[in-house]
Design a protein around this ligand. Sequence first.
Ligand code: ASP
Ligand code: MG
Length: 412
Amino acid sequence: MPVLVMKFGGTSVATLDRIRRAAKRVGVEVAKGYDVIVIVSAMSGETNKLVGFVEETSPLFDAREYDAVVSSGENVTAGLMALTLQEMDVPARSWQGWQVPLMTTSAHSSARIVDIPTDNINRKFGEGMKVAVVAGFQGISSEGRITTLGRGGSDTTAVAFAAAFDAERCDIYTDVDGVYTTDPRICEKARKLDKIAFEEMLELASLGAKVLQTRSVELAMRYNVKLRVLSSFEEQSDEAGTLVCDEEEIMELNVVSGVAHSRDEAKMTLISVADRPGIAAAIFTPLSESGINVDMIVQNISEDGRTDMTFSCPTNQVARAEEALKKAKDAGHINFHDLVADTNVCKISVVGIGMRSHTGVAAKMFKVLSDEGINIKVITTSEIKISVLIDRKYMELAVQSLHDAFDLDKAA
Ligand code: ASP
Ligand code: MG
């Protein structure tokens, strides 16, 4: 039998009623002849509640016990989903991560999947079981301890199962009906995309379009798992939602597919650092050791052997970054005249695979911003993305005007 993976996020299993609704969707696919692997999240709000319990009990908690506690929300929904399916006469049973066993590294609270043996579940399919309901987000380390895959990790569980079982597709049921050209809350002309390429989705996901955990998209790209994002709140046809797939499957690649924004960015500049070999390493090593997520980096032209170094990081990491750099200065590893933080910026990016073969996208983007009187503070580019830092007060305006300028409201 062909295998289908269906993943239901927290809002899709938030109540017994919604679990019933989701189970009906599963029943439809079973009736079509699939063996189905259902991956469930915890009921919405549940994981946050469990994290809160841990932090209140033990501020410097043992990460192994953190995982033991926060993984438990998924156990509840897995059992309830299996029971609901049984009530509908669909042969189903639940599996916790360790029962599969979904093997992971020992990096508690952000473990990586090492292996998903298929024999246990396949044997049950062979015996007539139609649905394996698997608790998402969790696994077991080689030391035999329960692990979790990081917040949002059940997307990654779903894609990993789809790869391991060579599933026809991995359907991610969520509370939005697909991936949009931009955030519909900011731009009312935002349009749902029918298809988007893995690489584009990866850029959008890492830029904060929270539909999918970034790691799940990486995994889908590596194993060429067809991913579909769709709403569990609407009646669905086979073409519903957004298909995240290999670019080969997209007829006409968009030059620009989406405009992303990230609100909480900060721009930090080290003024007048010595321009010598090893200076970048001396600056960014302490930052990385302090866990700062450095994003854009710009080094200015140097004058008299000194230069300015600018980077961006999330606003809530500015204090920690300042501390790390001052420490490095006091220790004599680096030398700068001043450290300036601008916490009123945001990042706007345009993303599209067609940029690889089309020129002029950057020029057009800059022209649009300049026509609106928006000053660009930092620019970075990749093969399929152009990002700029601008003042946060212009964020909505920038998103809307770029969306218009690149005709994103019209289907290609
Ligand atoms: N329940 C976990 C979380 O809230 C995992 C997931 O839902 O993907 O992060
Ligand atoms: Mg999620």
